[in-house]
Design a protein around this ligand. Sequence first.
Ligand code: AMP
Ligand code: GLY
Length: 436
Amino acid sequence: MCGLYHPGDAVHRVLVIGGGGREHGIVRSLMRSRRNPEVLCAPGNAGIEKDRVECLELAVEDIDGIVGAATEREVDLVVVGPEAPLVAGLVDALREAGVRAFGPSAAAARVEGSKRYAKELMRELGIPTAAYTVLRSRREALDQIPCASYPAVLKADSLAAGKGVIVCEDEPAARAAVEEFFTERRFGHTEVVLEEFLDGEEISLLALCDGERAVPMAPAQDYKRIFDGDEGPNTGGMGSYSPVPGISADHAHALARAVHQPVVDEMRKRGCPYHGVLYAGLMMTADGPKVLEYNCRFGDPETQAVLPRLRSDLLDLLESSTRPGGLADRQMEWASEWAVTVVLASRGYPESSSSGDEIRGLRSIDSLEVEVLHAATAEQDGHIVTAGGRVLNVTGIGGTPGEARDRAYAAADRIQFDGKQMRRDIAARAVDHVEV
Ligand code: AMP
Ligand code: GLY
């Protein structure tokens, strides 16, 4: 079916920046576009390459290299996956070079780049969030620790790949965390936010923003801890599912009006209109939803469960988001099915990771109804091997959460590599909620 496009709207060549499961999911979704774009990726991974997508050897931090490649290759749209290049100004540099880019400017990306900035923004706008205080030094932290109530949460102000949050059960744990932040400098030279602990169900609600409005996507739930039962340290995310029981489309729109739209309005007033994804991590507390964090990009692994359910054309949506008010007459249609994504991680993750372990069994699942997205994989002597912490994502789709989950695990169990780690309880909450 043909859409109605103005001549200037044509997007033929898209460059996706990043090399994780999220980017593989974005690539796949763009390849399903009825506009049939040529998709490139930088740096990509072994799975993206296997999809016959040209992968450019460029690091996501290499702003000059990316701008150069986008110009030279006459890329029509750059889609930026990870937060670090957004916070570092990649979208600004691309726009200056005349290249259309999906994602916020560095000024707008501060909602993720600085926890303190986000907390101050929420306070000014009256957006519900945990009570907090900012600790600028070890001395200040040690003064505040005895006054906190426990559990309490300590967060690095700066980017930390989802690992800079420590939930402290008691005062001694908080003292130990202070040393990690201020003495060991585990997350570099950073201020720390000390926050009230919030209890409840967590949801991830991502919205596409066009500088003027925030349009919510389907809600998802993410599993942040490494072990079953939400035990162990935080990771980048060990699994996800979508939709979320109890969060209807109307509810998602109401949440977006309460927590996304005020940010978009304010950023516009501040002269840095918000374009791209605004991700709100929400805790559904007994006192109502509260924002845990904003991210300036698609979630990983939420994207891997959300995009397979999108029935609208992702390319249309991303391209429209780059134009002021461009989403005004765009609708997002979602499949009624459930999607469950299980992350396969390598030995040592999240503290470390292992590379070079051969991944076996990938071919044996070709016939199963799952989507396998690569993250930290590489090709070595004709074999696919691990190349970092989160290695693969397996997404099952089904008419019920249980069916989707069973499909994901049936496939995930067939994939083997030394040191493979995966949680066994992804989507258990949805299965219990919907199927009891
Ligand atoms: P953040 O990067 O701020 O989203 O934090 C990562 C994860 O830590 C969240 O997804 C929550 O699981 C947990 N977390 C962060 N802040 C809090 C809080 N105030 N209360 C309880 N858990 C939290
Ligand atoms: N899954 C959490 C994140 O993308 O930040």
